[in-house]
Ligand binder design. Structure first.
Ligand code: PLP
Length: 344
């Protein structure tokens, strides 16, 4: 079985398991977990920020950032297809009392003009526009990669209106490898950045939030409040550190395979790769299913029967995600299964 539902499905490699089992352990809530501290230092350094906090999930990292930047009644400006809108269970409203002003543009990207238009005037009637959130790569945007210059422009627009900037960088390393900028270059423009180790990097659990020491101290308090204080979490941190050290450059292989798979799918009747193969920039391929082939769920079931798992992302939309835990002939096998399932 080849599982392309998500890059979260990866099992730790033998070398990663060894690194995890050999980790020095302490108690992170008591402040002496040396493996967690080592990971936090490495992540902060890699992103060029003062401090980092290891957390159980990307959702927690994003929500801690929102909780630190915003007050109840504030408004967040973000793309309408953002993870924080679709997949975080309403947490910005539930945990921080915030609403989100969505920007709707293709592929999860937008311009400085869009930011200016979304920010409200400081008026007694209006919510306070407080935070801009940029997702890179953009999941529902087809794994789109933010160009550095465009990101800088939207940050300048946000700063003009005193907004803070948070990057949902669950797949920031994919963006760095695809675009050729460093994580530091990208993070420099932002106040906070979240990164996931449990996506394409292949670690079993964990994300980090980076920012100033002052902000991370507050985030550490909120993490405890939300029940995210962990004890011998050095096991998990060691897996994450191994992933950072060994699994970043290889993301280029996932991207190349995604491009190849996209062009194979584009050649199948009734399927439309969207964004188009030319816009497949990282490890994701989205395609739309023609009505004559049934809905996305049914197609995924037929493909599953042929040994390949994909995930429906809408009534007609299917997603395939490349990652490190696939066989060498993944593209050929997946493309053949999808073609066979589409021949009805
Ligand atoms: C996966 C993901 C997250 C974090 O999700 P968790 O399941 O909470 O780890 C955040 N942002 C994006 C864009 C993601 O794809």
């Amino acid at each position: 079985m080849i599982d392309l539902r998500s890059d979260t499905v990866t099992q730790p490699t033998d070398a990663m398991r060894t690194a995890m089992m050999e980790a020095q352990l302490g108690d992170d809530v008591l402040g002496d977990e040396s493996s967690v501290t080592a990971l936090e230092r490495a992540v902060a350094q890699r992103l060029g920020k003062e401090a980092a906090l290891f957390v159980p999930s990307g959702t927690m990292a994003n929500q801690l950032a929102i909780r630190c930047h915003c007050e109840s009644g504030d408004e967040i400006v973000a793309h309408g297809e953002s993870h924080i809108i679709h997949y975080e269970t309403g947490a910005p409203a539930a945990l921080s009392g915030c609403m989100i002003r969505p920007i709707d543009r293709p592929r999860g990207l937008f311009s400085a003009c869009d930011v200016h238009a979304a920010i409200r005037s400081r008026d007694i009637h209006s919510p306070f526009s407080r935070l801009l959130v940029v997702e890179n790569t953009h999941n529902r945007g087809g794994g789109a990669v933010w160009p550095l210059s465009q990101f800088r422009e939207v940050c300048v627009a946000a700063r003009e209106h005193q907004l803070a900037v948070h990057v949902d960088g669950a797949r920031l390393m994919n963006a760095c490898v695809a675009a050729g900028y460093s994580a530091c270059d990208f993070a420099r423009e932002a106040d906070t950045v979240s990164v996931c180790f449990s996506k394409g990097l292949g670690a079993p659990v964990g994300s980090a939030l980076v920012g100033t020491s002052r902000l991370i101290d507050r985030a550490r308090r909120f993490r405890k409040m939300l029940g995210g204080g962990m004890r011998q979490s050095g096991f998990l941190a060691a897996g994450a550190l191994y992933a950072l050290d060994h699994h970043v450059e290889r993301l280029a292989q996932d991207h190349a395979r995604a491009r190849e798979l996209a062009s194979r799918i584009a050649a199948i009747g009734g399927l439309t790769v969207n964004p188009s193969p030319a816009h497949v920039e990282s490890n994701m391929v989205f395609f739309d299913v023609a009505e004559s082939l049934g809905d996305a769920r049914t197609l995924c079931e037929r493909v599953h029967g042929l040994g390949v798992r994909l995930i429906p992302m809408g009534p007609r939309r299917v997603r395939a995600v490349l990652h490190l835990d696939v066989p060498d002939d993944v593209v050929d096998r997946a493309a053949k299964a999808i073609a066979h399932a589409s021949r009805i």
